[in-house]
Design a protein around this ligand. Structure first.
Ligand code: PDD
Length: 294
């Protein structure tokens, strides 16, 4: 639950969550005019932080907002926030908005951005989801054409996620023009004839850091990797399907739209990649152990 005493960062200060206040005129609130990152932290070590900071810069460039900090400054702030939490495994959330201004769609001039960070306990996927996989539903991707930017304007994703929740599933897998894009808050990869296949990182999906990590792991253990468009038919007839995200890590999909998928159990390629992924994290996590799927 929300801990009112949790230390968060707001505009240059570390304060208790209950004391952190933002104006109702903040453009994040009025327009969803901001970008964010979620960085996994294992044993107080941020995972792939340079990649997250690089993607943050990409998102900021995409919405034409100047980065308020250098990478070295972000690194120091992130580590300071991590050190202030009483738990070691964390999911650090960082958000920058275009600041507080009179409501007007045009960019305000000379307004400092609002910078907010919080770090919550890492929400490890339940053992059940790792061992037995997860249920997903499918939907048409009706979001905008800049899904490559990690913006706080997430209404499209929120509505997509709720479709899954309403049908007792954990994610909504989306298709656009008969091609697989991603899920409401994760990327989607498939396995066909032993190859790991992933949709390209174009403007239709978020360039996931865990997607990259999963593909790196797959290559490292000798699996063929193919990055190319994936049709709906190919996705739904694949040998395996996985979702990946900073907080879910990699999970196997074992049910689609209520019907068992891929034999209803995580496949062998998933098990190998999951295992290798666990071994490459900065510190083995405390929750599900790396031996779980052996
Ligand atoms: N979501 N696609 C979307 C739409 C996402 O929101 C996310 C992450 C991903 C996976 O990206 P990464 O592997 O870098 O976490 C793909 C985060 C976790 C969130 O919004 O909470």
């Amino acid at each position: 639950m929300l801990d009112p005493d949790r230390i968060v960062y707001l505009n240059g200060e570390f304060v208790a969550l209950q004391d952190a206040r933002v104006s109702v005129l903040d453009r994040g609130f009025i327009y969803g005019d901001g970008v964010y990152e979620v960085i996994p932290v294992y044993g107080r070590q941020p995972f792939r932080m340079p990649q997250h900071l690089r993607r943050l810069q990409y998102s900021l460039d995409g919405i034409r907002l100047a980065n308020p900090h250098t990478e070295a400054q972000w690194d120091a702030l992130v580590r300071e926030l991590i050190a202030k939490q009483p738990f070691a495994d964390q999911a650090l959330y960082l958000q920058i908005t275009r600041g507080v201004a009179k409501r007007d769609h045009a960019f305000p001039i000379g307004v400092p951005p609002t910078i907010f960070m919080m770090s919550n306990p890492f929400p490890f996927p339940p053992r059940e989801q790792i061992e037995h996989g997860v249920a997903v539903v499918t939907a048409e991707d009706n979001r905008w054409m800049r899904c490559d930017l990690k913006t706080t304007s997430l209404l499209g994703n929120v509505l997509m996620r709720q479709i899954a929740v309403d049908r007792n599933a954990v994610e909504t897998i989306m298709f656009r023009d008969d091609h697989l894009t991603e899920a409401s808050a994760s990327n989607v990869l498939i396995v066909k004839n032993g190859s790991v296949i992933a949709p390209p990182k174009d403007n239709l999906i978020l360039p996931g850091i865990t997607y990259d990590a999963a593909l790196d792991v797959a290559r490292a253990i000798g699996l063929p990797v193919d990055v190319r468009p994936v049709t709906r038919h190919e996705a739904l007839s694949a040998n395996e399907m996985w979702i990946s995200s900073s907080t879910r890590e990699v999970l196997a999909v074992t049910k689609i739209d209520g019907a068992p998928f891929a034999g209803g159990a995580p496949g062998p390629v998933f098990r190998a990649v999951w295992q290798a992924f666990q071994e490459r994290k900065p510190h083995p996590s405390h929750a599900p152990t790396a031996a779980l799927l052996r």
